[in-house]
Design a protein around this ligand. Structure first.
Ligand code: ZN
Length: 243
């Protein structure tokens, strides 16, 4: 099965459509949360996930836009964008988002969670120490995470060693049966690893590989859409920088 994994789309429909076109044929689409917030097209992004995603979970921005977590937990720009995003939602799109869990075990091999098993909505899982603390908290070989907007992974060997790796575009990871993994596809709509290209991941369960991908999209188009609805300037500018 060829599975496209996306996360942190953040209402960036231009980036999402570019990713889905670049990904080619797939058997399943998994969404790791933060479909909305920050960007200019929340309804279009949710509609695309309702149509294409086989499984989806919620992230901290999704919950903030729904009014389910305190907006004061966000900086002023993120808060303003979340309030705007929440106001745009149609009743059907709001209802779909409200049903999503923050964590889901998909099968014997894969768990998906927005942030981390320890703190499904909030923890930025960035270090091997954090990964080591989180490996005992899920039951499958692989846990797919988003939230940090950094494309990366952690591998836990049977001897207890945990290594972090930062992939390049096109890198292929071969899953070894004895090892366990955290894998982050990066962010579709607002990358923060100094690479402004949209990030995603393709899992091939038949051959046991994970391919990390980046694709250029029309950043100026997203920025123009953000400008039209008066979203904060800093959020518009950061898309150029991948920050
Ligand atoms: Zn996010």
């Amino acid at each position: 099965m060829r599975i496209v994994v996306v996360s942190d789309i953040h209402s960036n429909i231009t980036a999402l459509e570019t990713v889905l076109a670049a990904a080619g044929r797939y058997d399943a689409l998994w969404c790791l949360g933060d479909t909305i917030g920050y960007g200019p097209a929340p309804n279009q992004c949710i509609a695309a996930m309702m149509q294409h995603a086989n499984v989806a979970i919620s992230g901290n921005h999704d919950l903030a836009c729904l009014g389910k977590i305190d907006l004061n937990d966000f900086n002023p720009d993120a808060r303003k964008a979340n309030i705007w995003n929440g106001k745009q939602l149609t009743a059907a799109h709001r209802a779909w988002l409200e049903e999503l869990p923050p964590l889901q075990q998909i099968d014997h091999q894969f768990t998906i969670v927005h942030a981390s098993p320890r703190e499904p909505v909030w923890e930025y899982l960035l270090t091997p120490t954090q990964a080591l603390a989180n490996f005992p908290l899920f039951h499958t070989q692989v846990c797919l995470i988003g939230h940090s907007h950094v494309q990366m992974g952690f591998c836990l060997s049977p001897d207890g060693r945990c290594e972090r790796f930062i992939p390049n575009h096109g890198d292929v990871l071969r899953l070894r049966d004895a090892d366990r993994y955290f894998l982050n596809p990066g962010s579709v709509g607002q990358p923060r690893d100094q690479d402004p290209r949209a990030a995603y991941m393709i899992v091939d369960t038949l051959v046991g590989t994970v391919c990390f991908q980046r694709v250029e999209y029309d950043i100026a188009q997203t920025q123009h859409q953000m400008h039209l609805v008066d979203l904060p300037t800093a959020l518009i500018r950061r898309l150029d920088l991948g920050m």
